[in-house]
Ligand binder design. Sequence first.
Ligand code: BGC
Length: 540
Amino acid sequence: MGAWWRGASVYQIYPRSYCDSNGDGIGDLPGIISKLDYIASLGVDAIWLSPIHPSPNRDYGYDVADYFGIAPELGTMDDFARLLDEAHQRGLKVILDEVVSHTSDQHPWFIESRESRHSPKADWYEWQDPKADGSVPNNWLAAFGGPAWSYWPQRRQYYFHKFLREQPKLNLHNPAVEEAVLGVFDFWLKKGVDGFRLDVAHSFLHDKMLRDNPPIAVDERTHWHWSHASNLQDHVFDNGFPADGQVGVEHRRILDAIRAVCERFEDRFVFAEFAEAPRLLGHFVGDRYGVHSGYTFGFLYNRDLTPRFVAQEIALYNSFADLWPCQTFSNHDVPRTVSRYGAGGRDDALAKQLLLLLLCLKGTVLLYQGEELGLADAPVGREHIRDPFGALYYPVFKGRDPCRTPMPWHSRRAHAGFTSGTPWLPVGPLHGAQAVNEQEGDKDSVLLFAREAVRFRRESLALRLGGIDVIEAGDQMLAIERAHGDETLLCVFNLSGEPASLELGERAGWMEVGPGSGRAEQAVGMLHLGPRAAFLARKP
Ligand code: BGC
């Protein structure tokens, strides 16, 4: 057998919103432990926990104040040891989300660094003098609004932050910082974790000359670009810079070093987020270099799921010979798939089709909590908004809270069984009807479908490990073939809202297998699929 993570399904947990065991309204590690049987029943291979370290929670854990601890609101180190142990007993691997591109401004490293230009950690962050007129050193814009530089009077300098001003960027050009960061991975590996997701791995390093980012040409600006000033510039110099330049070489060396720390231990897995920088995948993810796997935002930001779009994504991944990608449609940063692609409300047919499509793609699959229930985004009123990004632009952009609301466990309990207290974010008013208890007893539920689909993938070498090819099937249908050894599968999806047909040609008569969804009929060499239906067949 090859590495466990090739073709695995990984279930992402946003701990604050999963299950609250002590009534403080915040999900926690004991809560997750109490749901491990449920998670194992999904058939997934691993869980990925969004950050669990102590944090002032300006960005809910993505601003780390201590890399070696557990956030008190989530539990203790003993709880973590128990979680690891109990997950392992159920055959589940545990992956941590490490944010080493930046820290919290409350991290002792930053507090020391900002004290003076001569402190021992003076160069642990990116500090620059103001321009003569007092303005910021260059034109870089922060992802969560405003310039990517903030002034600190004690040093009379600006520091760089790609996100909030409370998330200062570490200077990973500094070998002492690199060593400290490697120590973080080593610490958790020694505790027995099975791997890591690297947050914003596209921006570990930046241009040493701090050159201005160029604008994105006006005629190339999509709706997405206009949504936020920072998207109007091409972030070539603060992230996603051409990977073949000198900075790219150094950047890969850091990823190599993180991988080497992981590979000192057996069977560990490290994958990374590379935002909107597909060009980085080929350089930074490989069999023997960079990280084991990674993903970009192609599917995560997409709002129009056409056969052509999916074919382009597949072609992109196939264009890098050495790349083992992660595939993901949802996470804690983007609207849930049912909301992105549907009319807004519950749509079980759409949810099932999207789950199956995801599970039929080549790579390691990342599923986000609630995706297995077919949840849509929950409305979050201004008074409940927690995400600073949403607070900034409300109501035009409501931030990321609508996809982060609590998991609904039980339709007849307060707050859908998430907490006995007041939840930190309100439970979606329509989510109770889709709670786990409701779906467990319904043979047509998205949950039961998800279990069947995850298991089908798990047992199919073609889906787990096979190559992927797109078969031309017109504007409504997406047809892909997955093959490994003796197994060849045809997977067809009617991505449109109208019935559609496909001439099967040499594939006529292949045996229907697995969890198809919606209406499918094969007759005289033709496949007829109802709206949003999916069909899988195996070559005899
Ligand atoms: C995480 C976000 C976070 C950002 C800054 C991302 O890519 O997924 O949730 O706000 O990094 O750490």
